[in-house]
Each structure stands twice: as structure tokens, then as C-alpha cells.
Design a protein around this ligand. Sequence first.
Ligand SMILES: [Zn+2]
Length: 223
Amino acid sequence: MQIYKIITKPIRYILSYLYHGECVFCADETELWHYICDDCKNKISEKEYTAITPNGFLCLSAFEYREQFKNSVLRFKFGGHREYSRTYASIVFDKYRDRLEHFNPDFITSVPLSEKSFKKRGYNQAELLAKDIAFFCKKPYNKVLSKIRDNEIQHDLNKELRKQNVKNVYEVISGTEISGKRIIICDDIITTGWTLNECAESLKAAGADDVLCITAAKTPLPH
Ligand SMILES: [Zn+2]
């Protein structure tokens, strides 16, 4: 049974790309080879969704976390739709190609999950996105951060608690090359930016030259 799973997993993964005829956002049918319907494509448009983390790290996002885009991210995170990362990454790359080339990263990394969360979910959605960003940028993906303890889910906390909640949760993995590197770090969603901020600060403390953040979605600012 185990062998069957190992053999069929990559085949199923490839087939999900080849025969994808569904918009990753609204789940409407699309033409073969198309992952986004025209309607959703128009809604994403050329608009840039940028944010600045509390300590001033720039974050570039593919789209806003609302309506069908929010549902898509939820399916990506909790519904096993790992393949969505390729579409999200291609939107980021198309939208910010000049900025990414100008930043010229040495490698791409991701916000880590705790071991417990990883075992529960079976994958780290931020890592999937980071690996696909790396694919489009033609740069390596390096795992350089680990989450050393479990904390509360940021979503459930207010602004002040979110800051405290991520303090000293992330650690640079010993033996990884950080000094003087230009690093892109990816996560699924940016809200207050404290998580990415904490990770970026850890990388800077380990000697990183500069850090740029990328997420699939950006939570819209409250009106
Ligand atoms: Zn659509």
C-alpha cells in the first residue's frame, strides 16, 4: 500500500496540472491549460498589493484576501490544493518581475511551520509557494528557518498580542549560509506583518544583507 502511494503520488500531481480545467479562485470551468478564468484575471489585474511590515520590510502580494481569492487560499491551506502555489507564484512573478530582478535574491525561503503543525497538515503551504517563486526566479530554495515552539494562531489574536506571540519563535538553522545574502521569504497571507517581520529580523540578525517578503494574499486594510 505504501509503495502504491509513493508511485502514484507524483503521477497524480502531474495529472492535476495537465487536466486542470478549473479556476483556482472561483472554481468555474476554464479552458484546458488555463488556471484562472477571465473574470478572476480581470479582478487581479495589474494592481500591486504591497505592505510594509512593522520594522519596514517590503511585502509583495499576488492578490487581496477577500471573496473568491480568500476561498482559494483556504482550499490551498486546508483543502489539500497544493498545486495552487504554481498559479499564485506565476501571478507574483508576472506582476513584480522588475522588482524581483532588481532585488536579485541569492535564494528563496519560507516561514516555517512547527513540526507538530507540519505533521498534522502534511505540507507547509508557505514552502510550496517559496519553491514555485524559486522556480520562476531561477534561484535556489533553501530551508534556513525553523519554528522552535508552537504558539497561538495569529488570526485569533489582536494586534498587540500578535507581536508578542511571534517573539523568539523562529530560529536560523545552524550551519546555513545567511551572512551577506539577499533573501526572499514567503508566506501565504500577510495581515499585520508580525510573523514575516520576526522571520526577517532573525535573518538580518544572522547577517542577511537584505530581506524581501512575498505572500499569495494580503488582508485588505479595514475601512
Ligand atoms: Zn475564476
